[in-house]
Design a protein. Sequence first.
Length: 73
Amino acid sequence: MCQKLTWYWAKNGERLSEPGEEECISHLTAADGIVWRSWPKDREWWKATNSASLEKGFKFKSKIRRLRKKLKV
């Protein structure tokens, strides 16, 4: 899963933005249902905490939509 964020802030009443770097993290689900994660170029995998409670999809989508509407971006 990868994400590329755009950072927004206000300075002197002006809305400024700057693109962020792309960040990726690999996920896999083992046969026993446990989700494991790893950073690119890292050989170590770690167990996702509370993997049983992880949600499918992008759970912040509605919050981001509201914030973008508020900031008019």
